[in-house]
Design a protein around this ligand. Structure first.
Ligand SMILES: *Cc1c(COP(=O)(O)O)cnc(C)c1O
Length: 455
């Protein structure tokens, strides 16, 4: 038995007290979000009807490198942070690789994923400005669970639209949200105009994040004292998630190593941003050469096969136009089990970073990701979320490449969540009934060619 240290923690006083705003350091800033009707750049005030004011300012802040974490949020972080940084000796051994593999374990949060890092911040800022109700969408249910709990912590009512396929495939996430006291509605629903439109066109529609966002935004805009909150994609969400990478940076130092490759799975980009941006700042400012790899599903490949263009964040075109890699806002992804990765676009910061070659992306079939998740479960003991399996699979590819070349690289990936409420997906994988989906190029072209050529 090795007696080497396996987990690296921070003392309470070492937990970062500020988030890192990469916008301040980007060589090319993200293009501005545009008003959907006038195509004028949006100012923070233009976003006030939808989001809490402080979040609107964080969204457009391209000057302040460090943003203080409010004390009330830091206090809540202390219930589960720092999260462990773990050296994956079991995985290294199973792969017989010279690579050193580390993972940051965000699955230890009370709700089982990284999403709580931003949910707590957003609920806090809403409460601060006197908001009483928050509404949002959720895919796999992870964000809905995080928001439901954060809303309860800060005394807000939460209404969650859950993508219908997940509502049915993952009934326990619905129960969790309801246990925290949230009101949960499957989307598309008949409770909003946006939902009715979809159901009228397609009665069997199983929903998508784009539709659910439309419903939640519509509810926020038509309900007094209600704000919309989003669990990914936006700059302020990426900002809050940098607590992951900032902690990891200090923990890697304790381990006496610095990552050559940083990997995160990719839905809208928040956990990838969280693990990457603090290290990426050393590439930008200090000449480091770490590689940053976003792992997305082959069935929803916005980074590897999407176009860089202004597009809506939702299906109905209620959000501002965002400059991003996108498959088109009406792209309907296949019903893969990594529900949190079924989103048509990527965050604005990520999109600019990818365009500027400061990061990379790979796409993976779900069979490869579950194979990776199964191996990881057996050798590390933690059953990963289907989303996180994408990061593990990408890390395994890199570790195998190290074996080929004999290089002793340091690989760090983010374990964004556990999969204990996703066992039906594992069941299907074990039964051999999971399907891989190929998207014909014509389908992507047909969707993206409908976008206004603003860029
Ligand atoms: C939501 C979710 C994701 C994907 O969202 P990002 O914003 O891209 O991080 C990944 N993993 C887990 C466990 C999630 O809940």
């Amino acid at each position: 038995m090795s007696t080497k240290q396996k987990r690296f923690f921070l003392a309470e006083e070492e937990i970062p007290t500020q988030w890192y705003n990469i916008q301040a350091d980007m060589p090319n800033k993200p293009l501005p979000p545009l008003h959907p009707a006038t195509h004028e750049p949006m100012k923070a005030e233009d976003l006030y009807p939808i989001f809490a004011k402080e979040l609107c300012h964080q969204e457009l802040n391209v000057t302040d490198r460090w943003i203080d974490i409010p004390e009330e949020v830091r206090d809540m972080y202390k219930y589960y942070r720092s999260t462990p940084l773990v050296r994956a000796y079991g995985l290294e051994k199973a792969l017989d690789t010279p690579a050193h593999i580390y993972f940051k374990n965000e699955s230890v949060s009370p709700v089982g994923s990284h999403k709580l890092n931003s949910a707590l911040a957003q609920a806090y800022y809403c409460k601060q400005e006197g908001v009483t109700n928050v509404t949002t969408e959720t895919g796999a249910g992870q964000w809905g669970c995080a928001l439901s709990y954060a809303a309860k912590v800060f005394g807000l009512e939460a209404a969650v639209y859950q993508v219908k396929i997940s509502y049915n495939q993952k009934p326990y996430r619905r129960s969790i949200m309801q246990t925290y006291g949230a009101q949960v509605t499957p989307s598309p629903s008949m409770s909003t105009r946006a939902g009715k439109d979809v159901i009228t066109r397609d009665p069997n529609n199983q929903g998508s994040l784009g539709t659910a966002i439309s419903e939640a935004v519509e509810l926020a805009m038509t309900t007094p004292n209600c704000k919309y909150v989003l669990g990914s994609v936006l700059n302020h969400v990426a900002l809050h998630q940098t607590i992951i990478g900032l902690e990891a940076e200090k923990q890697m130092e304790k381990a006496g190593e610095y990552p050559d490759i940083v990997i995160g799975c990719f839905g809208g980009g928040s956990n990838f941003a969280g693990i990457s941006f603090p290290f990426l700042r050393h590439n930008i400012l200090d000449g480091k050469h770490t590689r940053f790899v976003a792992a997305e599903p082959a069935s929803c490949p916005k980074l590897t096969r999407g176009v860089f263009q202004y597009d809506f964040g939702d299906l109905s075109g209620l959000t501002p136009l965002l400059p991003m890699y996108t498959l088109g806002h009406d792209f309907m992804p296949a019903n893969i089990h990594a529900g949190g990765l079924r989103y048509h676009g990527a965050g604005m910061i990520i999109s600019q970073l990818l365009k500027d070659n400061l990061m990379e992306a790979v796409d993976l079939y779900q069979s490869e990701t579950f194979e990776a998740g199964l191996l990881f479960s057996k050798v590390e003991g933690i059953i990963p979320a289907p989303e996180s399996c994408h990061a593990i699979a990408a890390a395994i590819r890199e570790a195998k490449a190290c074996k080929e070349s004999g290089e002793e690289k340091v690989i760090l990936f983010n374990l964004s969540g556990h999969g204990l409420i996703d066992m039906s997906a594992y069941d299907m994988y074990l039964a051999g009934s999971l399907q891989d989906y190929d998207i014909p190029q014509e389908q992507i072209d047909a969707n993206t060619s409908k976008l206004d050529k603003i860029i």
